[in-house]
Design a protein around this ligand. Sequence first.
Ligand SMILES: [Zn+2]
Ligand SMILES: [Zn+2]
Ligand SMILES: [Zn+2]
Ligand SMILES: [Zn+2]
Ligand SMILES: [Zn+2]
Ligand SMILES: [Zn+2]
Ligand SMILES: [Zn+2]
Length: 1755
Amino acid sequence: MASELEPEVQGLDRTFLECSAEETAGKWLQATDLTREVYQHLAHYVPRIYCRGPNPFPQKEDMLAQHVLLGPMEWYLCGEDPEFGFPKLEQANKPSHLCGRVFKVGEPTYSCRDCAVDPTCVLCMECFLGSIHRDHRYRMTTSGGGGFCDCGDTEAWKEGPYCQKHELNTSEIEEEEDPLVRLSEDVIARTYNIFAIMFRYAVEILTWEKENELPADLKMVEKSDTYYCMLFNDEVHTYEQVIYTLQKAVNCTQKEAIGFATTVDRDGRRSVRYGDFQYCEQAKSVIVRNTSRQTKPLKVQVMHSSLVAHQNFGLKLLSWLGSIIGYSDGLRRILCQVGLQEGPDGENSSLVDRLMLSDSKLWKGARSVYHQLFMSSLLMDLKYKKLFAVRFAKNYERLQSDYVTDDHDREFSVADLSVQIFTVPSLARMLITEENLMTIIIKTFMDHLRHRDGQGRFQFERYTALQAFKFRRVQSLILDLKYVLISRPAVWSDELRHKFLEGFDAFLELLKCMQGMDPITRQVGQHIEMEPEWEAAFTLQMKLTHIISMVQDWCASDEKVLIEAYKKCLGVLMQCHGGFTDGEQPITLSICGHSVETIRYCVSQEKVSIHLPVSRLLAGLHVLLSRSEVAYKFPELLPLSELSPPMLIEHPLRCLVLCAQVHAGMWRRNGFSLVNQIYYYHNVKCRREMFDKDIMMLQTGVSMMDPNHFLMIMLSRFELYQIFSTPDYGKRFSSEITHKDVIQQNNTLIEEMLYLIIMLVGERFIPGVGQVNATEEIKREIIHQLSIKPMAHSELVKSLPEDENKETGMENVIETVAHFKKPGLTGRGMYELKPECAKEFNLYFYHFSRAEQSKAEEAQRKLRRQNREDTALPPPVLPPFCPLFASLVNILQSDVMLCIMGTILQWAVEHNGYAWSESMLQRVLHLIGMALQEEKQHLENAMEEHVVTFTFTQKISKPGEAPNNSPSILAMLETLQNAPYLEVHKDMIRWILKTFNAIKKIRESSPTSPVAETEGTIMEESSRDKDKAERKRKAEIARLRREKIMAQMSEMQRHFIDENKELFQQTLELDGSSSAVLDSGPVVSGTTFTALGPAQTQVSEHRQFVTCILCQEEQEVKVESKAMVLAAFVQRSTVLSKNRSKFIQDPEKYDPLFMHPDLSCGTHTGSCGHIMHAHCWQRYFDSVQNKEQRRQQRLRLHMSYDVENGEFLCPLCECLSNTVIPLLLPPRNIFSSRLNFSDQPNLTQWIRIISQQIKALQSLRKEENASIPASSENSKNMEEVELPQGFRPDFHPQNPYSENIKEMLTTFGTATYKVGLKVHPNEEDPRVPIMCWGSCAYTIQSIERILSDEDKPLFGPLPCRLDDCLRSLTRFAAAHWTVASLLVVQRHFCKLFASLVPNDSHDDVPCILDIDMFHLLVSLVLAFPALQCQDFSGISLGTGDLHIFHLVTMAHIVQILLTSCTEENGMDQENLTGEEELATLTLYKILHQCTGSALKEIPSGWHLWRSVRAGIMPFLKCSALFFHYLNGVPAPSDIQVSGASHFEHLCNYLSLPTNLICLFQENSEIMNSLIESWCRNNEVKQYLEGERDAVSYPRESNKLIDLPEDYSSLINQASNFSCPKSGGDKSRAPTLCLVCGTLLCSQSYCCQTELEGEDVGACTAHTYSCGSGAGIFLRVRECQVLFLAGKTKGCFYSPPYLDDYGETDQGLRRGNPLHLCRDRFKKIQKLWHQHSITEEIGHAQEANQTLVGIDWQHL
Ligand SMILES: [Zn+2]
Ligand SMILES: [Zn+2]
Ligand SMILES: [Zn+2]
Ligand SMILES: [Zn+2]
Ligand SMILES: [Zn+2]
Ligand SMILES: [Zn+2]
Ligand SMILES: [Zn+2]
């Protein structure tokens, strides 16, 4: 190692080694001026250790620093060898009960929703698992880095503050003990000395601002000319810009540039050049020039190397301090003391202050190092935490301003420590009272928002990008305010009251600047030219929402504060109100003998603003007052008399009118910004402090004034006063004005106004407004959400307002109002409303959007119809109002209200020619219903002596007075009851009349109530009942008819779907329900079928007719006809691979002839089973290609399929395909015409004959080769070529297929070759036939695996597409040799054959351990016809098949026996009764001999036979499938059912003896020599000697990796994972390969690699080795499954983790605990096994085009 370094460095090393830590420390102990002594040491050594060249050597530097620099300090501190000193300190220490673990990026953190004081209180995984909270409701998040575990902090937890581990130390903590008492005086003194010097040194050097000079006491004697060009991070320039600039400036490769950029981004700075000053200066100027065009340039400094060296050591020193104080709390305290000690320059001169105040000047890396030190020192020491908090608060304004002007993210700013300090309730309270923190925060915040309009309100209109950026940063101050307020004080001191109210004043100042901001004026005539800026104001409102609520909570906890705050708020509101300039001239309104004065103001003509936070705060405080005791006991203490109700309601009313007008379409020309504002005003995120409070304010107003006055003012603001104040105005109005829009507009306004009245009376579920508690409020919200439809947990949560702790309070009540329905394999768990809650449904619930309202109405009516109830949706019974609001109900029986109701009913009665709407009527009916409910309640709850003053029934029974003489409301209702045009509302009217009568009865029976005089207008009960019954009967008939029609319709629909289901079925479901059929089914029952050999069962293949999906013509499948093809998708596969490290390195040289038993890379063929004419397909494909070319020229659109690679979508089912397979008849029948059943050779004879034929062929070929160079060497052989009997090598058979079919054979063959090997298509390549056979074998094997894994019978009902695919694929592979070169196929056969029957000219064949026998079987059988066709001796093809099969089977048995590692457990082994067992044992003995006893000693025959049987099953099953499809022999019915292993049936079907070993015995003559030749192989020997591995049988199915039950352990695992390329850096997107379990650093520059000339991310690169291009991943941070295929295709898939509510959490946004759902995971595994990943991606991309645009290759 040392030899590689320059000699100078070597020399240095020696001097370092001579420097003894002990001696140096000794010298220091004697020193009189320790500081000077230490500084000299540092000045001498630091530049010699650090920064010796262009690149850092961290390991070497650290090693030397430890030895020369830190070692002496440790010696000095301990006064002895630190190896003994530190453990002593550690032992003496009484460790803290705080955990304080600092979180890494991505580490899981847990917060208990039941016990955490606020959501910022979190536990590390270890503490969480050892705490009581693991059984509570908790939330899990991944840390963004920074922050620490709060275990042990009693202020953070309401319960269980300690985990088991940290609880141990709590028993003795009674009082805060000074940790210094556990240290000796000496140690204290020395520690103090050394800490003071080192900490000062670090701070000094890190905050040093000169680039070319060192502090005086560190100056070096000689100064070298070595500099660094240091590049600093900023958040303005992109990665790409930096990389590009660096390549230019310092002339480096792109890779180096990426490296620099990555380090700059991570550490905040990196030297990009090392050399003399000029050299560095030059690079600097290029960088600055290149990056200064649009923005401010990148920061670059040319720094002297010794300065950089000292800075690097400074950082090292801070980390060292951090670790040293870990030994003892006493040391930590000393460090805190040193840090906070005021320096010579007074205020702000302590080291801690100096660091904090230069925070924004430091680079990222330096910041995080000292932040970490602060966290592990100052924040862990309770005494100094307080002192630090004070320093932090004192500097607050400065720190925040620094942060706002800086461009780094908040997590890299010291300002971010606020969360650690302010969330501690005791500290927060202390800072409020002692440092006036609340006021400081608010004032600082306002200082940064300087843009104001003439009235001093915030103005966001013309915000520049820079201001917007700043505004975003300023918002973090609101967060600080939230932290400070997050826990309410239980006890108030006078000082706290005083300071809080001072803060409240500041807060009111802030709100005042918002009151009336962004005012708008209705645009008439032209559409607005530019959408005004509105988002900033709303952002501010949204951010403040929780603060406003919290301020109210604080006020509510102390009556004195509440009353004071109320007064202050009212004062500010009056100031604001005075500021408005409108309403100078009062006008007088009068209706029904009531009159009121108001100002002249029109929302549609004058300025109006949505932002009224002061009014709304007052409304909130008013409601709180209403809840307080003082409101009952000493109402005179309340400042209510100062209130002017008209003033209070004015602005909220305007705002609500604005909404109504927008809805009525009057503000259309004001554009979308207004629509958006209205949307947010009602939205769940804002409404609590906007819309809801406006309603409250109006409720407050109405309850304090004459309701008639209120209604008139309201009419006037809605601009409807004219219509209702002038009798017949409506009539005139609608006849005069033909403008339909205006009528429509007014109708909507009337509807909206009625809706508002309904809300004012009906919304009493806020504690303080009505007599309810908070639970009832949330219950009601849930009931109404679930009235719309059943909802998933997350959906429901989203529709409910969250408090500052992100809680909705839903979990506490959901059980009482809803049932939970568990999810299935897809979808989510759902909550359904309990039926008994339906009666609480209010159609006019104020939080419904219009769409929700109509959906809910529909759903509720449907429900009632189903329950055979009438469909009226009457208003629910409401809780009573609180006393302060009690008079509000009178609005319902006020004269103006009755007038409005009467007018509208009159319109409805007169119906024709009047402008009115059904909604209007519906609302009036609802209001009448509410009034009746109210009266009924009053009567029922009235005390004996009380007179019920609510007499609505009386009032509506009276007819109108002169001059109107209108009928009474009741009379009109009765008229309307029979109106044919009001069918929908009849049930409601009937309900009203019924309730009316019920109330009448109560009144009559109660003596105290004033008797209502009935005025004979009520119809005779009997006649009405009769009428009612008749109508009901008719309605019932109509309903039944409707239902029948609906039922018929849905039946038809269902049929349609059923019929087409098969057609569109995408995933191959292998369950028994699938309706596919096999070939011809059992022909004759009871017959045993034989699939191959001379005894093969002859089945007459019936003629097959198929229909082309493109031209719909029918066509018979024949040898000589036009080709029919199936759409197919060929892909490489590693699904069966047993060795993922192996992949095809060089496809051009790769020889696929023998498949290795590890099946490491196969070629899979799948098909959707849709059949086309070959020419129809060709035409279709050409058109796709043309279209695509045109499209690409036009716009660069991505497609879900890659046309250039031959991909297309099946024209019928859109399944991804890349080639077609021809449809063929069983090819063997075509060539078996020369069948001759005379005696056929046995295996031994056959092998001899074939060997001779091979020999002859080889000689011929040699002869051919040799004849050209005319060499004499082989001439002797030439003579010897003696052709076996009947063998005619010159014979070339005719190809029976039509040209068209031949063409398709070539097409598919070439496609398989191209995809399988990833090479350019070449139909001449000799490997084409091999790839075809391989794909056939591999596909059969993969299907056999699926069937076995799912315990499905081999020949059970396969889905059509699978059956068609396997049949076509097998027959194609069997016919392919006819289009290949005969010579090539023969050569393949010879070589394949030589692997079992040795042959002199083939010594390069693999040993039998390295051959997959099924692949060998398929290739041999399918290549054999090429040899057999020249044989005229009468040996049939069938005989050959049979012998090949037997031979391969025997080889496989030997293979199994050689590799079976039977565990010797002595049991049952004496039971050698079975014939099979004895035979196996005998065979094993032979093997034992042949291997020269290298094979293990003879185990029990029982075990051997068992392993043979188990090992060979997959092979037999595959073979059965293969011969079944090859020869078309139906499967025996026994194998078609699942259950038993079918070993005997399989043997029969395959012409095998059930005692497989008999095969050896029958052919012992040749087999013994073959076995010997197999065992003699060197590889076999090596294996048996343990020098190499081999696959053993049966091969187990591959599974996706095991996933943990609890998702957080995955997060934890991923958080410990660091990027493999950038030295210990945490990966940002750790991604888990579900196939092999590798963790990858995805979606990041650091781990990009080059693949086929393109930069790809870690996932894509991994798929190429692990999955042959396809991959299944879990993105751990996102909790999202990722499917990748090729470089361009990918999609996200729902993860197999569900929370307790049966939902996934993609993106981990909700943080509910997640658990593995095994069924869903199995489903993913199934997709993988079925090779459906690519298909799944295709479908996902077709369904969602945005997926196509993602750069999947960068993941
Ligand atoms: Zn912890
Ligand atoms: Zn703990
Ligand atoms: Zn808990
Ligand atoms: Zn066709
Ligand atoms: Zn299809
Ligand atoms: Zn993998
Ligand atoms: Zn990486």
